[in-house]
Write a protein that binds this ligand. Structure first.
Ligand code: AKG
Ligand code: FE2
Length: 379
């Protein structure tokens, strides 16, 4: 995955954790001045009816239609979780999860216990927030990845050669009682709707992690407390319709840094990359949620599973909303391969390291395009 381009923002964005904040490196960026570099993509989309600004145009080889994409929909794993707690059928769910994790590190789930209405309400309230006038959203604007509530867009930093067609709101979400009062209070239903979704998805991640662990042959309670008390960050993404979707991306290829990500989307637009570096469009399935493994699962499994590379493509007609619930270990927790998964045939493939150490390292060396997983992999 070393060749995947990863914008500076993305590496750090996907990784913000509420735990151990005081240990974080010095702030590198200050609160954004509303009238300088910031322009939301929502505002831009209204102005640009035919063409996108130059800065959003990707070099030819990085454009979505130029890279090897499977335009014929492939059947991607869809797992029915209704039997997850059924003693006689749980092992079948575990087998399906194991197969999906080995193949792509990706699957969709149905009968996951989160009502479709809760999923939809969260997407609707997310959309209402992005539809607010600029001034309302700007109160949350910041380029500081330490902010527990942060509104942003692809920033016009000098180092960022290409910008991405996305506005976002990052929300620290666990434990919810600590953070929810900082979330937007407009639209008035925001906290209640997004909060219900966040809590439901947190429960689901606990259940899914147990299945993932069992699928690796580990005890379902392996690192139980660290997993339950880890971090949850919601990345609420808004991709306005784009007049030239073949030239730009909503989000560049990346892997999420945590253990797993659960994604709720309003329309199709996510693509995942397989081991042969071929892109697959993920179909939209009403009521289903998308599950993707992150870098920390790769390390914990000693490379048996890999973080899923993914990107977000754009649509000429439709605006797309997505909510990624990014789950990870606490920032200061040192991650290492499970000892049970290390033997002569499988020597330790990753160094021990916490995400806090990684952040310190990139701050110290002023680099932003290094990936967490690449700093841990033993080649
Ligand atoms: O919107 C999507 O489908 C992808 C979002 C994503 O990758 C992220 O928030 O990390
Ligand atoms: Fe992601």
């Amino acid at each position: 995955m070393g060749n995947l381009k990863n914008s500076g923002g993305i590496v750090v964005d996907a990784t913000v954790s509420q735990r151990g904040r005081r240990d974080w490196p010095e702030k590198q960026t200050e609160k954004m001045e509303p009238d300088t570099s910031f322009k939301s993509v929502m505002a831009l989309a209204l102005e640009c009816q035919k063409n996108i600004p130059e800065q959003y145009v990707l070099p030819p080889l990085q454009r979505p239609n130029m890279s090897l994409t499977d335009h014929i929909p492939t059947s991607l794993p869809l797992i029915d979780l209704s039997m997850i707690n059924h003693p006689a059928h749980r092992s079948q769910v575990i087998d399906e999860v194991r197969a999906a994790c080995k193949q792509l590190g990706f699957f969709q789930v149905t009968n996951h216990g989160i009502p479709t209405s809760v999923m939809k309400d969260a997407l609707d309230t997310a959309e209402e927030f992005f539809n607010l006038p600029s001034e309302e959203k700007m109160c949350f604007a910041s380029t500081d990845v330490h902010e527990p509530v942060r509104y942003g867009t692809s920033m016009n930093h000098e180092k960022d050669k290409v910008l991405y067609w996305r506005d976002f709101l990052k929300l620290y979400a666990y434990p919810i009682s600590e953070w929810i009062h900082l979330w937007p209070s407009n639209p008035p239903s925001y906290r209640e709707r997004m909060g219900s979704y966040a809590e439901a998805v947190h429960k689901l991640q606990n259940q899914l992690m147990e299945v993932v662990l069992e699928s690796l042959g580990l005890n379902a309670n392996y690192l139980h407390e660290d997993i339950e008390e880890g971090s949850q960050v919601l990345a609420v993404n808004c991709y306005p319709s784009c007049p030239e979707p073949d030239l730009a991306l909503g989000m560049p290829p990346h892997t999420d840094y945590g253990t797993l990500t659960i994604l709720n989307q309003s329309h199709q637009g996510l693509e995942i990359m397989d081991h042969a570096k071929k892109w697959h469009s993920v179909p939209f399935i009403e009521g289903a949620l998308i599950v993707q493994l992150g870098d920390q699962s790769e390390v914990m499994s000693n490379g048996r599973y890999k973080g899923t590379p993914h990107r977000a493509i754009l649509n000429v007609q439709k605006k797309r909303l997505s909510i990624s619930s990014l789950h990870s270990f606490a920032i200061e927790k040192k991650i290492r391969p499970a000892p049970e998964l290390v033997d002569e045939q499988h020597p330790v493939a990753y160094k021990e390291g916490s995400f806090a150490e990684f952040l310190d390292c990139i701050a110290l060396n002023s680099v932003s395009d290094v990936k967490y997983i690449d700093t841990l992999r033993i080649h």
